[in-house]
Ligand binder design. Sequence first.
Ligand SMILES: *[C@@H]1O[C@H](CO)[C@@H](O)[C@H](O)[C@H]1NC(C)=O
Ligand SMILES: *[C@@H]1O[C@H](CO)[C@@H](O)[C@H](O)[C@H]1NC(C)=O
Ligand SMILES: *[C@@H]1O[C@H](CO)[C@@H](O)[C@H](O)[C@H]1NC(C)=O
Ligand SMILES: *[C@@H]1O[C@H](CO)[C@@H](O)[C@H](O)[C@H]1NC(C)=O
Ligand SMILES: *[C@@H]1O[C@H](CO)[C@@H](O)[C@H](O)[C@H]1NC(C)=O
Ligand SMILES: *[C@@H]1O[C@H](CO)[C@@H](O)[C@H](O)[C@H]1NC(C)=O
Ligand SMILES: *[C@@H]1O[C@H](CO)[C@@H](O)[C@H](O)[C@H]1NC(C)=O
Ligand SMILES: *[C@@H]1O[C@H](CO)[C@@H](O)[C@H](O)[C@H]1NC(C)=O
Ligand SMILES: *[C@@H]1O[C@H](CO)[C@@H](O)[C@H](O)[C@H]1NC(C)=O
Ligand SMILES: *[C@@H]1O[C@H](CO)[C@@H](O)[C@H](O)[C@H]1NC(C)=O
Ligand SMILES: *[C@@H]1O[C@H](CO)[C@@H](O)[C@H](O)[C@H]1NC(C)=O
Ligand SMILES: *[C@@H]1O[C@H](CO)[C@@H](O)[C@H](O)[C@H]1NC(C)=O
Length: 489
Amino acid sequence: MRCTTCLVAALAVSLVSAQETVLGAYIFSRHGDRTAKSTPPANLTELGYEEVFTSGTYFRNRYIASGATNRILGINSDIVKLSQITASAPVDNVLQSSALGFLQGLYPPVGTQLGTNTLRNGTQVQAPLSGYQLIPLQTVETGANSENSAWLQGSTNCANAQISSNNYFTSTEYMSTLNNTQALYNRIYSDVNKTFAQSQTSYKNAYTIWDLLNVASIHNSTATAPLPSDDDFDQLRYLAFQHEFGLAYNNSEPIRAITGSIIAAEVIEGLNTTITSKGKSKLNVQFGAYAGMLSFFGLANLTNVNNDFYGVPDYASTLTWELVTNATVTSTSWPSNDQIYVRFLFHNGTTSNTSQPVEYPLFNSNRSPLPWTDFVNGMNKFAISDQRSWCNACGNSTGVCSEAYLTANGDGSSSSNTANGSPAPSSTSGSGGISKAVAGVIGAMVTLAVILLIEGAIVLLGGFRLVSKKRLTGSQSSGSTVQTSSGKA
Ligand SMILES: *[C@@H]1O[C@H](CO)[C@@H](O)[C@H](O)[C@H]1NC(C)=O
Ligand SMILES: *[C@@H]1O[C@H](CO)[C@@H](O)[C@H](O)[C@H]1NC(C)=O
Ligand SMILES: *[C@@H]1O[C@H](CO)[C@@H](O)[C@H](O)[C@H]1NC(C)=O
Ligand SMILES: *[C@@H]1O[C@H](CO)[C@@H](O)[C@H](O)[C@H]1NC(C)=O
Ligand SMILES: *[C@@H]1O[C@H](CO)[C@@H](O)[C@H](O)[C@H]1NC(C)=O
Ligand SMILES: *[C@@H]1O[C@H](CO)[C@@H](O)[C@H](O)[C@H]1NC(C)=O
Ligand SMILES: *[C@@H]1O[C@H](CO)[C@@H](O)[C@H](O)[C@H]1NC(C)=O
Ligand SMILES: *[C@@H]1O[C@H](CO)[C@@H](O)[C@H](O)[C@H]1NC(C)=O
Ligand SMILES: *[C@@H]1O[C@H](CO)[C@@H](O)[C@H](O)[C@H]1NC(C)=O
Ligand SMILES: *[C@@H]1O[C@H](CO)[C@@H](O)[C@H](O)[C@H]1NC(C)=O
Ligand SMILES: *[C@@H]1O[C@H](CO)[C@@H](O)[C@H](O)[C@H]1NC(C)=O
Ligand SMILES: *[C@@H]1O[C@H](CO)[C@@H](O)[C@H](O)[C@H]1NC(C)=O
């Protein structure tokens, strides 16, 4: 499975030309350091909080701060303008906390000078925590509670993707690795015997076993005895990564990479909104699990560019898509679509001034940045952006999918592939036949929690200082979705 054609080296980080303007960006990030999946509930650690905060601070200095290196055109530098930024994460303690930590780095407290509001009667009110800024977090449907799950495909709810991932367990790669590595797993059994039974200690649980040991290698954990030798540890990591890539992507079964297909659609939609709104919306920040990243790496042919893309990205890793142009832009002009380009960057682990994202060419194109239309065409080879395509590709035909079929002029024929084990090809979005009649675009698969919408509106209308008071009282009694998602953990 390892890369066969590892040819093109990553393009060097291009130095920003004075003329290039960043119009917007989409950041997809992994959470920070957390406790082990096998000792639920998993939670973000102080180290993890620091990691995402550091990453957020880096992106602030790249895109937002007044002296930012690649400042997004017209973005607010200090006091957040909520129409410019969209933040989201699945309902999951680790991912939501990580997103909040990242946002704190992106828009830190503004202090008493900026964060004070004078009321009609002259009283001055200051936001708590030295002008702490509140940025609502939308919830993403896919990936709920993923940091407590060993089986990430479960949270996609996609029938064919689950069948396809399960096929991995009957592949020759899996069978032979399982057999060849049992001696290693027997050897390290005494290190994990507090958590795993002997029968569970095999390649079948490669990721959760390595995850437990990895957490123990970072924290003073009592869940394990002494750690395995460095050699064994490296092998266990390699095996865990091979296992996870096998579950996330298979060249001949694109449906296995459903999460990557959805991310692709979300990114197109996010960047397209920046374009169609002529820059009113500027920055998207989304948090998610590593499996979706691996799926995307496979789908976008990044594994052909660098072997590293077969490996699980470290905590707080980021994928970034920048919308850039060399056209002259002013506050009143907006470039035409053919003047707009997309640059993809990846960083493995916490991003900081001393360890910055690297630019990579997408789709085996050997070229970066890509013209907007080429980028969209490449992404649309695998993006799944609407309900009907999703239902078709996943072979689901009940619940929300039965409605999608009904609204699609009674053509239920394609739903009959549910029982047939072979996954439907991932269809592209926007192609013939898929109409606006389809109720509810899964598209972004982003569901706005109603509370957040209302809060967002209040914040927009009333200014964040006023709202923060309400929010604080509110979150104590009713538990706002922004701060606490523990209900589902
Ligand atoms: C965090 O996870 C650890 C290990 O799983 C657990 O012992 C601890 O109680 C959790 N903390 C919280 C606040 O949930
Ligand atoms: C000014 O108005 C605020 C909000 O209505 C109130 O809490 C505060 O007591 C008022 N201050 C004075 C001096 O009336
Ligand atoms: C799709 O099918 C799977 C397997 O039957 C099921 O678990 C999942 O809930 C379905 N998803 C939807 C959105 O109907
Ligand atoms: C990938 O899919 C093909 C075709 O279904 C299958 O033969 C092969 O075993 C799969 N490989 C893995 C690693 O799942
Ligand atoms: C597993 O490996 C052993 C020797 O290491 C071999 O005899 C056996 O046939 C293998 N089994 C499978 C299913 O590959
Ligand atoms: C785990 O293995 C160690 C070393 O063999 C042993 O001392 C310990 O009793 C074992 N613990 C359990 C729970 O089996
Ligand atoms: C690690 O945990 C053990 C057992 O709880 C304790 O004795 C030891 O002092 C801890 N080490 C550190 C560096 O805190
Ligand atoms: C961008 O959005 C506009 C307006 O909604 C739509 O017409 C267009 O097809 C979208 N473009 C892409 C590439 O999705
Ligand atoms: C990230 O770094 C780890 C080593 O820390 C490596 O094994 C893995 O392949 C890397 N993943 C990517 C996507 O670069
Ligand atoms: C803008 O021009 C610079 C210098 O020629 C080049 O490196 C960069 O790729 C260009 N950017 C775009 C979006 O064309
Ligand atoms: C990182 O770089 C930015 C801009 O170049 C600078 O403002 C910031 O102070 C630097 N941060 C650190 C921690 O060095
Ligand atoms: C990835 O590469 C393969 C073969 O090199 C090609 O057939 C496929 O279209 C590429 N995928 C994308 C999304 O460009």
